[in-house]
Design a protein around this ligand. Structure first.
Ligand code: ADP
Length: 338
């Protein structure tokens, strides 16, 4: 028997004010995954807007963030004709299946989740119910589509295990319904640091806009930010080991390497011995070249709400269609008459 084609399901928080860290650390991985899929394999990428309400949030910001993330994903190379791109809220089956699975998930299982312990801290009583149960929604997110593979970083491994436990128990108790998804380790993503402080992550919440390169920044601003980036007076070494105590220099070399798809050592083999007077303009140019098509498409899409809505509606329609047989099977297995 030929193995069934791979079906990968992955979600991303719908945050706005997107920057180079989001691109190199998260979005580009999805684009790569999509581009490396074999024929017949499928990627479902969703914006986790239902997850966003598990913690205090601002509704207007959530809406803006969802649209921005959708625009960024398409601008960065997610092809809505090849991948299925949607937001959870347009596919009610996620929320429905979550409830159907809530009868199977055990309190003890959720209590053991380290994310819950970390996020709730000492104030468990004051947390939303959703913060406790969101791993069940995550299980629904992937089981709904009979995902064969789910990319998970270290912090999400435990939640995928939980999804498998829930699927296994449901299958045992009510009959074979769900595929147990396998984890795939996403390609190593770059961690991009602030341009003003090499020990802090580049983040949308940094008070200084000069600390980050935003996806919407124009070429002049990108150049200016790179030229003003904090560095030191030393020339670059010819191997990455020489950057051990030079966080800001290491960050700029890391960015160059990520954009050029090279190792940091390969970059330093070329730039070793040169100072930042030479390296910064080269980095700036590479950034501008890489980001120009992305920021053009990104701002175009953000200005065209109709196009963006159409992309998400089409993705959601396909997701609803793929999820329907599994949702129906889950209702039926539980003895629910519809
Ligand atoms: P921010 O830190 O700006 O608030 P988010 O927490 O919303 O960013 O992150 C959204 C996604 O982008 C996550 O997958 C996160 O790992 C990735 N990401 C954010 N900042 C960086 C960074 N500086 N380097 C690498 N990846 C990042």
């Amino acid at each position: 028997m030929r193995p069934a084609p791979m079906r990968v399901v992955s979600g991303i928080q719908p945050t706005g004010n997107l920057h180079l860290g989001n691109y190199l650390g998260a979005i580009r991985n999805w684009v790569r995954m999509q581009d490396e899929m074999e024929d017949g394999a499928q990627c479902l990428f969703f914006l986790a807007d239902l997850h966003a309400i598990s913690q205090p949030h601002d509704p207007a910001e959530l809406k803006r963030g969802t649209l921005e993330m959708a625009a960024a994903l398409v601008a960065c190379g997610i092809d809505p004709n090849r991948s299925i791109l949607f937001n959870q809220a347009q596919v009610p089956a996620h929320a429905e299946l979550q409830w159907l699975l809530a009868g199977t998930a055990r309190m003890g299982w959720l209590n053991r989740m380290t994310q819950w312990k970390d996020k709730a801290g000492k104030n468990r009583e004051g947390q939303s119910v959703a913060l406790f149960t969101y791993p069940v929604l995550q299980a629904a997110d992937v089981l709904l589509y009979q995902a064969s593979h789910v990319p998970v970083g270290e912090d999400q491994k435990q939640h995928l295990e939980l999804a498998r436990d829930i699927a296994q128990k449901f299958n045992n108790d009510f009959g074979e319904t769900f595929t147990l998804p396998e984890p795939i380790v996403p390609p190593q993503a770059a961690r991009i640091m602030s341009l003003r402080d090499g020990s802090a992550k580049m983040s949308k919440s940094d008070a200084s806009d000069m600390a980050r390169i935003n996806l919407a920044d124009d070429a002049d601003l990108v150049m200016q930010k790179v030229k003003k980036a904090k560095t030191d007076p030393e020339p670059l070494p010819s191997e990455v080991a020489g950057l051990a105590d030079r966080a800001e220099a290491l960050n700029l070399v890391t960015i160059y390497a990520a954009l050029a798809n090279e190792s940091a050592d390969a970059v330093l083999a070329r730039f070793g011995g040169q100072g930042f007077g030479a390296f910064k303009p080269a980095l700036g140019e590479l950034l501008v070249e890489t980001l120009r098509p992305i920021s053009t498409r990104f701002t175009e899409l953000l200005d065209d709400r109709e196009a963006l809505d159409a992309i998400l509606a089409k993705g959601a329609a396909r997701a609803r269609e793929i999820g329907r047989p599994t949702l129906d099977a889950a209702y039926a297995a539980l003895g629910l008459i519809r």
